[in-house]
Design a protein around this ligand. Sequence first.
Ligand code: ADP
Ligand code: MG
Length: 201
Amino acid sequence: ISAPPPDAPIGRTKDGGFSPYAGVRFFRQLPISQRTKDGLAPKYVEMSDIQRASLPHSLCGRDILGAAKTGSGKTLAFVIPVIEKLYRARWGPEDGVGGIIISPTKELAGQLFEELKTVGRLLQHMDETPNFECSQLQILVLDEADRILDAGFKTELDAIISQLPKRRQTLLFSATQTKSVKDLARLSLKDPEYISVHAES
Ligand code: ADP
Ligand code: MG
């Protein structure tokens, strides 16, 4: 799947099918809460290619395997579905951990948390929730998944995944497409959408 061209008619997918959000260009056209729209504007108006290609699927609850180069806006491609999922569920601190975002380094985790805070006011409680209970987890994100799946992180990742319920949404984003079937099996992906966005040459 790739992003539709900027002038694609709304609703028409590239293969001639129909999706209500195919061809949308702007964040405000997405089926997201007004609070999230207010958090995005005025800084974020038009979606990047990876956002346009993945958000219509991730917002419907589908698992995603997304690849797009560094700087293409992958953070918002997972931050928005996490926030919306928990917002729709009226998630609160007493519900335990609703979403987990795993990032390969502390520095990257810090950066993405800054981006998440600009969009998600709801998240103000989450970094200090006293209840680190994961049995109700709704959504798991692996940012820079190819780096996390590198040998060095495999043991830690397995330890984390084994604690999480299998019934959840999972989003994987990286700069290169992760193809290892074994890795994907460990993550219990359900019929994921493979989305790869490459720069025009
Ligand atoms: P990646 O994770 O793919 O390397 P980032 O998510 O870190 O990319 O985004 C790179 C930069 O682009 C960030 O500064 C981010 O705020 C900005 N950005 C992301 N999406 C948009 C957008 N739709 N419009 C404008 N700027 C954006
Ligand atoms: Mg990133």
